[in-house]
Design a protein around this ligand. Structure first.
Ligand code: SAM
Length: 189
């Protein structure tokens, strides 16, 4: 038996929780890898909302979707995920965040603790029961450890009556490898 690698586990959570017709969110579109995965999972009746603050990321994500003929399943939005509630009011089955910077781009443009937590809060309010929020936490870059700690503090306070919060992390690897936090809504308030 092989333990699932961190990114594989993040994808496994999405694959297990998203079905045809769902509305889902990629909160950090970047080069669009997760947006494409989600677009494949939601089918023609579903919808992916993907957010990024960089024009370059919006273009890369749009191109990736178009190459797969799946552009019609996604709305790619040039705005911060902290503004999600301006765009979405329907129930959400799943959301993914990849925190940190866009590989191959400006390393100064990173996700930040306050806006990340604001986005998680907005998504949790929209999340369906048994819906899941997946956070892939990169913490090797400058600012990464502060964001990691603030996000962990925040998710650790979520009431267990309403949310299950899990951390999936290899403990003996060098160079600050990413890890996963997953939040499942178990009950509506
Ligand atoms: N999942 C992506 C992929 O498949 O390529 C990688 C995402 S990368 C680690 C993080 C992304 O978050 C960057 O593209 C960055 O521009 C974006 N970002 C930073 N702050 C943001 C914010 N407030 N709202 C939305 N995206 C943000």
């Amino acid at each position: 038996m092989k333990l699932q690698r961190v990114l594989q586990y993040a994808q496994h959570l999405l694959i297990s929780s998203v079905t045809n017709g769902d509305t889902v969110i990629d909160a950090t579109a970047g080069n669009g890898h997760d947006t494409l995965l989600l677009a494949n999972l939601v089918g023609d009746q579903g919808q992916v909302f993907a957010f990024d603050v960089q024009q370059q990321a919006v273009e890369a994500t749009t191109n990736r979707l178009n190459e797969a003929n799946l552009g019609h399943r996604a709305t790619v939005i040039l705005d911060g995920h902290e503004n999600i509630s301006k765009y979405i009011s329907t129930p959400i089955a799943a959301a993914i965040f990849n925190l940190g910077y866009l590989p191959g781009s400006d390393h100064a443009i990173i996700t930040k603790p306050n806006t990340t937590i604001q986005a998680i809060e907005s998504i949790l309010a929209l999340l369906k029961v048994e819906g899941i929020v997946v956070l892939v936490i990169y913490h090797g870059h400058e600012g990464g450890k502060t964001e990691r700690d603030e996000v962990i503090n925040y998710v650790s306070t979520l009431p267990q009556k309403y949310f299950h919060v899990l951390q999936y992390q290899f403990l003996n690897q060098k160079n600050d490898p990413p890890f996963v936090i997953a939040i499942e809504k178990v009950k509506e308030k």
